[in-house]
Write a protein that binds this ligand. Structure first.
Ligand SMILES: *[C@@H]1O[C@H](CO)[C@@H](O)[C@H](O)[C@H]1NC(C)=O
Ligand SMILES: *[C@@H]1O[C@H](CO)[C@@H](O)[C@H](O)[C@H]1NC(C)=O
Ligand SMILES: *[C@@H]1O[C@H](CO)[C@@H](O)[C@H](O)[C@H]1NC(C)=O
Ligand SMILES: *[C@@H]1O[C@H](CO)[C@@H](O)[C@H](O)[C@H]1NC(C)=O
Ligand SMILES: *[C@@H]1O[C@H](CO)[C@@H](O)[C@H](O)[C@H]1NC(C)=O
Length: 176
């Protein structure tokens, strides 16, 4: 009986750890999306292809890496993006290594403000709401297609449910 109790307590501890790690994982999954990946923020790159290859969530960062003597970054509206104008600018950055938080679920538009926008230095990204873990698990069950939720969250919750079931089974075996 002593051994069984020890097993039970260690399993409970494991579940507790998993729950805690699951919680922290969902809190710290913010991603830094480096525009252009290793090609950075430069002329002659199709950033639509780069943006289509990334999924952006509220709380993520978008970061621009470039020669600060040559380029810069302006956040504009759709008109500014389409026409390469900065009249609508709501922010501008020029450090050469700018980290910009994507705090809202909406479409963002960034362009280079020195004329290089016409050479492709423009990028538009759609930022999605971060799905809450239980909803994500339900969504995954109901849709076989690739869901918009980060797989790490699903994995953590899957593991948690598994461990909880194991403990419940052990609990019944020992106590009834
Ligand atoms: C960039 O790629 C997208 C998607 O393939 C395409 O629609 C767009 O015309 C391209 N832009 C340029 C400037 O080539
Ligand atoms: C898309 O992502 C994959 C994997 O990270 C990478 O190999 C590929 O080069 C990317 N394509 C573009 C256009 O960024
Ligand atoms: C944007 O450019 C288009 C043509 O390139 C023009 O018709 C339109 O008036 C411009 N919009 C603004 C707000 O300047
Ligand atoms: C963008 O901002 C400009 C200047 O404030 C404005 O004239 C234009 O209508 C805006 N475009 C959109 C799509 O909101
Ligand atoms: C860039 O942003 C600063 C505030 O951070 C503002 O004072 C300045 O007018 C902006 N520049 C342009 C060209 O919009």
């Amino acid at each position: 009986m002593k051994m069984e109790m020890a097993t039970y307590y260690s399993l409970s501890a494991a579940v507790l750890l998993l729950v805690i790690s699951g919680t922290t994982t969902t809190l710290v999954t913010a991603t830094d999306h480096i525009v252009g990946a290793n090609r950075g923020w430069n002329p002659g790159i199709n950033y639509t292809l780069w943006a289509n290859n990334n999924t952006f969530y509220v709380g993520d960062l978008i970061s621009f890496r470039y020669q600060k003597t040559q380029y810069n970054v302006f956040e504009v509206n759709q008109t500014g993006y389409d026409n390469c104008t900065i009249d609508s600018a709501v922010g501008n950055w020029s450090s050469g290594k700018d980290f910009i938080p994507l705090n809202k679920a909406k479409r963002y538009y960034f362009i280079c403000g020195n004329g290089q926008c016409f050479n492709g230095m423009k990028v538009s990204v759609v930022v999605h709401h971060l799905p809450s873990p239980p909803k994500a698990a339900v969504a995954a069950e109901h849709s076989p297609t690739k869901s918009a939720s980060p797989p790490s969250v699903l994995l953590d919750w899957g593991l948690c449910s598994l461990m909880v079931s194991i403990v419940l089974v052990r609990f019944e075996l020992n106590w009834i």
